[in-house]
Design a protein around this ligand. Structure first.
Ligand code: ADP
Length: 682
């Protein structure tokens, strides 16, 4: 029997392994099972080139549980005593302490760096034994044993069969790994697609109301998973079935892409466009990353472009440096190439579905658009490809490419400055009257009700030349697309102001909303009162809700315009009644105010260019008094108008109707409106 010290420079490597790798303890199983698979694959290779001439026989790798031990057994190449010495005893260690310190929270990094795969067994075992017999003729079976100190023993032993048993005597604080359910779930997670059969115990069946073991091995993996097969051999149903096996609770996927590259890197996999029902679901199912069919992780950030992390499926590449830190990944040139490749593949696939089966593409667009929009927003090169197949949808559900839509609206929706005006709504019901008005004018209205559409609108305004997006309710219909300068307004300014003041006095207080009342000539057929909200202000608020650092806008009240249509019969009648009721009073007030105004204006003119102390005190006082008198008259006038408006139920009624149309009439105001309506009918 041979005794010796394991060749590490640090005396106490095992406590280090144990302590630092705490969070990732479970990966020991992945490491041991994939070593067993590697040893099996190597034997198959030796056999295929004729170097190994014996029978391969059943090559199933067995994982078994006992009271205190986990054993992983293979019938692979095995190890000779010399090989144990070389591969197990001499772990090349340089600068171990520094490295361990740096990566102490990243088990993968440590294991990868030191080829510590096998030693990860010590994360869960107080003692590990290797019982192995090499495939080589006349090889003697050997048993290596180590109890977690840097000392080991190596002795000859009896072993009938070729291959290796790794026996883990599980540590007291790791008893969970002796539970069948735990090992079963770990095998499922890490080993489901390993290329050699892995058996965990025996298959069970129901007999006389009890589960009993059969003689058949319980093979837990699929050795040739879908992505390793040729696309030409696969049917749609195969892809769907594989998807179901990965994500049993999810709806059928929309599309899939089978990836297969040999050069300049190796990558296989299948990516699925999922049908997502909610945001929560979006983040729950993830792309799984494999390395030669060994599961590595489901956090693929950095490897695939951000927007594609929303996809589902598997990627398998031996060329992704799996055992290094995330920041390293991002600068790795292979990883960059892979990311670019995947982006291109995804866009090619979408492009081809769009071209070859546009109706299918359109049918699925609603589910698809979140991915495509997200991609266009975050990835320049994806935008350049996607702009040809990304779609607009109008309020009637018709789809257009960007180019088709431009052509459609060019004629009728170009303003006097040559800007193409895209009209959109984001709620068909709430904005119905505005959509209706726009369509009556022959305009097309897009429906932009997606989660990302606010951002898409801003992006497109930057990408598309001379293009602006306006929500249908952002101005009165005639001003949505301004085609000429002609400002038609027949009512004198003074009358407009009076009308506005009159209505303003009756606008109810609505929380976090402010109204600017104005009079405009909108035509006899248009509504008497129209509420609009400036595109710019609304967008600022919307952006504030999705972007940090803009909370200033988020706090501001919503600013609305209440536009009075001076061409409408009811508005004209209000004006007439006002004229009759307080015309004389108003005229006299106006005359007085105008006189005061002329006076103070001429005084101000005299003061122009003078410093404050050069102006005589008497003149300053006079000016102050003029202002005061004017303000008083103005107040009086407002009082007059308010008193008049208060006696005109139609004023309040018209305002309320406009509010109602915009879903802004609620609570007490709504109840009062209903009552007033009944009275008016009666
Ligand atoms: P790695 O697998 O990264 O080389 P490990 O520490 O897991 O590092 O294993 C070290 C070496 O031990 C392997 O390269 C292999 O030569 C040998 N080895 C480990 N497990 C087995 C096994 N089950 N059968 C044969 N050889 C093995």
């Amino acid at each position: 029997m041979q005794k010796g010290n394991i060749g590490v420079t640090t005396e106490n490597i095992f406590p280090v392994i144990k302590k630092f790798l705490y969070s990732d303890h479970e990966i020991f199983l992945r490491e041991l099972v994939s070593n067993a698979v590697d040893a099996t694959q190597k034997l198959k290779t030796l056999s295929s080139i004729g170097e190994f001439k014996g029978e391969l026989g059943d090559l199933t790798v067995h994982v078994s549980l006992d009271k205190e031990t986990i054993t992983v057994s293979d019938r692979g190449i095995g190890l000779t005593a010399e090989e144990i010495d070389k591969y197990i005893n001499q772990i090349a260690f340089s600068g171990a302490n520094d490295f361990l310190e740096k990566y102490k929270n990243d088990a993968n990094a440590i294991i990868g760096h030191f080829g510590l795969g096998f030693y990860s067994a010590f994360m869960v075992a107080k003692k590990v034994e290797i019982v192995t017999k090499s495939w080589k003729e006349d090889a003697k079976a050997v048993k290596w044993s180590c109890d977690g100190s840097p000392e080991f023993t190596l002795e000859e032993t009896e072993k009938a069969d070729r291959g290796t048993d790794i026996i883990l005597h599980i540590d007291d604080d790791c008893k969970e790994f002796l539970e069948e359910a735990r090992i079963s779930s770990l095998l499922k997670k890490y080993c489901s697609f390993l290329p050699v059969a892995i058996a965990f115990g025996k298959k069970k069946e129901w007999k006389d109301g009890k589960q009993v073991e059969t003689a058949e091995d319980n093979v837990i993996n699929e050795t040739t998973p879908l992505w390793t097969k040729k696309p030409s051999e696969l049917k749609d149903e195969d892809y769907k079935e594989f998807y179901r096996s990965l994500y049993p609770m999810s709806d059928e996927p929309l599309f899939w892409i089978h990836l297969n590259v040999d050069y300049p890197f190796h990558l296989t996999g299948v990516l699925y466009f999922p049908k997502v029902k909610s945001n929560i679901e979006l983040n729950k199912n993830k792309i799984q990353l494999y390395c030669n069919q060994v599961y590595v992780t489901d956090s693929v950030e950095g490897i695939v472009p951000d927007f594609l992390t929303l996809l589902h499926g598997v990627l398998d590449s031996p060329d992704i440096p799996l055992n290094v830190s995330r920041s390293y990944l991002q600068s790795d040139s292979n990883v960059k190439k892979i990311s670019t490749y995947i982006t291109k593949k995804v866009s090619d696939r979408l492009q081809s579905i769009f071209k070859n089966d546009r109706s299918q593409f359109e049918e699925k667009w609603n589910d698809l658009k979140i991915f495509i929009n997200y991609g266009m927003l975050t990835q320049e090169d994806f935008y350049d490809r996607a702009k040809d197949f990304a779609l607009f949808t109008d309020t009637e559900g018709k789809h257009f490419t960007f180019e088709e839509y431009q052509k459609l609206i060019k004629e009728n929706q170009t303003d006097k400055e040559g800007n193409l005006i895209y009209l959109y709504a984001n709620n068909k019901d709430e904005q119905y009257s505005y959509i209706d008005a726009a369509e009556a004018k022959g305009y097309s209205v897009l429906l932009m009700d997606g989660q990302l559409d606010i951002a898409v609108v801003s992006m497109l305004e930057q990408k598309l030349e001379k293009s602006r997006f306006m929500r249908v309710d952002s101005d009165v219909i005639d001003r949505l697309i301004v085609k000429d300068d002609a400002e038609k307004q027949t009512l004198p300014q003074e009358k407009q102001d009076e009308l506005s003041a009159l209505f303003k006095s009756q606008v109810p207080a609505i929380d976090k909303s402010e109204f600017t009342v104005m009079a405009q000539s909108l035509g006899e057929a248009a509504a008497p009162v129209v509420i609009t909200q400036s595109e710019y202000m609304r967008r600022m608020k919307e952006m504030a809700n999705i972007q940090a650092g803009m909370s200033f806008y988020g706090e501001m009240p919503d600013m609305f315009n209440l536009v009075l249509n001076t061409d409408h019969k009811l508005i004209k009648e209000v004006l007439q009644r006002e004229e009759t009721a307080c015309g004389n009073d108003l005229t006299s007030l106006n005359v007085q105010m105008n006189t005061l105004d002329t006076e103070r204006k001429s005084l101000r003119k005299q003061h122009e260019g003078k410093k404050q102390d050069e102006i005589p005190t008497a003149e300053k006082d006079q000016l102050e008094s003029l202002d005061k008198q004017w303000d008083e008259l103005k107040e009086k006038k407002n009082g007059l108008l308010t008193a008049f408006a208060g006696k005109q139920p139609v004023v309040r009624q018209l305002i309320d109707l406009a509010l109602l149309q915009n879903g802004m009439l609620k609570g007490e105001a709504l109840t009062r409106f209903v009552k007033r309506s009944i009275e008016l009918i009666g």
